[in-house]
Design a protein around this ligand. Structure first.
Ligand code: SAH
Length: 218
């Protein structure tokens, strides 16, 4: 189900095509993820002064000391997340500007996303409304706590790095579900935890660099 974004001209389509070619070369294999990223206007999520760099493979400031993740890491994490058994509900921790939220909205039935910084959340909400995205539930909340009343989640994807695995999130993961997250302080790595009927299986992946996951609201 390809989402048609309102008012997005063809001007940036070619730039997105180049971004997708680069993602392919960097090792992203999921045609589904590549198609969604080719379709999603990333420049809408970045302040005008920097929007000419929206499709470069860099993270960029989005205000409040936070950053939008580089296209490669979004593609990589989403590709891992859609390896879960089902695609009913996904929980995103760290809405930020809302870009990854919109990518997920095209791959899962419902996206729950929590952000601890109210100002970022308000801006993300406006963008999602402008883009006519209607299968997302955004909330001002703390990712360490998760969203118990909407659990279990088929996938949980964290855009900020904790130093330990949040217990609450493990308990909100569905059987057959996958949690994809960075962990660590200065030296961070990407990990997946898969929940089976009777165990949590953890796999360590490559080194990464994310903003820290912080407790409480701001
Ligand atoms: N996916 C986002 C990435 C934003 S950076 C994007 O594409 O823009 C990570 C975000 O996680 C920041 O906005 C930060 O405020 C948020 N964050 C950090 N700790 C959090 C927590 N405990 N709960 C919810 N959000 C958190």
């Amino acid at each position: 189900m390809k989402h048609v974004f309102p008012g997005i001209g063809m001007t940036s389509a070619r730039t997105r095509g180049r971004m997708v070619e680069r993602l392919r070369q960097q090792g992203i294999r999921s045609e589904e993820v590549l198609a969604v990223m080719a379709n999603t206007p990333r420049h809408i999520f970045i302040d005008e002064a920097l929007s000419h760099r929206a499709y470069d493979d860099v993270s960029l400031p989005i205000g409040q000391g936070q950053t939008i993740s580089q296209p490669y890491i979004v593609a990589r994490m989403v590709e891992l997340a859609i390896g879960s058994a089902n695609r009913e509900r996904v929980l995103e921790v760290g809405t930020g500007c809302g870009y990854q939220t919109v990518v997920l909205a095209q791959l899962f039935k419902t996206v729950y996303s929590v952000e601890r910084i109210a100002q970022l959340l308000d801006k993300a909400r406006m963008r999602l409304r402008d883009l006519r995205i209607s299968n997302t539930r955004l909330r001002h909340g703390d990712g360490f706590i998760g969203v118990a009343e909407a659990a279990p989640f088929d996938a949980i994807i964290m855009a900020a790095a904790p130093t330990y695995v949040p217990e609450a999130l493990l308990s909100q993961l569905a059987i057959g579900g996958r949690m994809v997250f960075p962990i660590g302080n200065v030296d961070q790595e990407l990990r997946i935890i898969e929940r089976t009927a009777d165990a949590f299986i953890e796999t360590k992946l490559e080194k990464v660099r994310f903003v820290p996951m912080l407790p409480g609201l701001a």
